[in-house]
Design a protein around this ligand. Structure first.
Ligand code: APR
Length: 321
């Protein structure tokens, strides 16, 4: 049986870590594409030369030719500029939309049957644009944002409570911007509501609420916090790990329930937009969307986030992107 073929479009920071994780986890044969001459070839050679230590037999191919995408089962797209300090994800819209257009045309041409995971920002707009240009069915085009945002939320909760992050279930829904919606009410430690544990810790409901607000705000701004420190680009280790979790669920048909930037066709009262929601990821891509009950406050936050996505998509249309 042949190994899965995973194409990575964009051989920069995230693309490089993706290639290394694919090799170390032996997920499949990877092709790393970039427009910069020799660059993806250099990265792949570097990673491949660790095979003697990491003990993998999968192949890694760096390329500047889209033809090498042929036969890809999964395509992960990171092509595009990252943020610099002071920039919002939306500031990348025009530049990255032009890049995404050419990427989508080539993926359509050379990997028409692939499942596509997009990471490039502004995420919700880039996924929308890719699907529009490629015409791929919606279940095969979706974005990585929620897995990372949720991992950030879970990590901050674990630090605050002094417990293992392995036992934390925390989910962030909505768009991948400042309006994202960390679901406080559903956050739990092995089933115990996080708010209950915070109230016990502080013996004061108001203080517990204040601490949770800080965790939520840090989660929403977590990407910017990293950008501010790095100064030359945006987060890349954690986005790569997050996309790998999605990839594993697809290639092993695990049907993990993950927050995915998925196409909504009436779910959550939204029709025709890509928004972060809990979805079942399997060998067919997005196989099901779970609609969870939101209370009035959560619904209002979700509506606000959906409106931000709608504005971004409208901006793209207005600019003729
Ligand atoms: N086709 C393919 N690759 C391209 C194209 C293109 N048309 N234009 C640019 N690239 C490549 C660049 O050459 C670069 O190597 O995309 C790569 C992007 O890598 P980085 O600049 O290192 O950015 P990275 O940190 O990997 O982030 C990529 O993901 O999280 C988002 O906001 C982030 O949009 C950014 C993307």
């Amino acid at each position: 049986m042949r190994r899965p073929k995973i194409a990575l479009i964009g051989g920069g920071q995230i693309g490089g870590v993706l290639a290394q994780l694919i090799a170390q986890k032996k997920l499949g044969d990877a092709v790393l594409f970039d427009i910069i001459q020799d660059f993806p070839q250099g990265k792949c050679l570097d990673i491949a030369e660790a095979a003697g230590v990491d003990k993998f037999d999968v192949s890694l191919k760096g390329t500047n030719s889209y033809e090498d995408l042929q036969g890809s089962d999964i395509v992960i797209i990171t092509a595009g500029l990252p943020r610099k300090p002071g920039m919002s994800r939306d500031d990348l819209l025009v530049t990255n939309a032009n890049i995404m257009r050419s990427v989508a045309e080539n993926v359509k041409k050379y990997a028409a049957d692939s499942i596509v995971i997009i990471i490039s920002n502004p995420l919700d707009a880039m996924v929308t644009l890719f699907q529009k240009i490629s015409g791929f069915p919606h279940n095969r085009v979706f974005g990585q944002a929620g897995v990372l945002d949720s991992s950030r939320f879970a990590t901050f909760i674990a630090w605050e409570l002094g417990v293992s992050v392995k036992n934390i279930n925390a989910q962030v829904l909505g768009g991948h911007g400042d309006t994202m919606v960390p679901l406080v009410r559903y956050a739990n430690v092995n089933g115990i509501p996080v708010m209950e544990l915070l109230e016990r810790k502080y013996k004061d409901a108001a203080k517990a609420k204040e601490v949770m607000t800080q965790l939520v705000e840090r989660t929403k701004m977590a990407g910017g916090e990293v950008v501010k420190l790095l100064k030359t680009g945006s987060a890349f280790y954690s986005p790569a790990s997050s996309a790998i979790q999605m990839t594993e669920s697809i290639i092993y048909d695990e049907k993990q329930v993950l927050p995915v930037c998925a196409y909504l066709d009436g779910e959550y009262g939204v029709k025709g937009y890509y928004v972060g929601v809990p979805a079942v990821l399997g060998s067919k891509g997005v196989e099901k969307i779970f609609e969870i009950t939101l209370n009035e406050e959560e619904s209002a936050l979700m509506d606000n986030s959906v409106n931000a996505v709608k504005t971004l998509v409208a901006d793209m249309d207005r600019l003729g992107l």
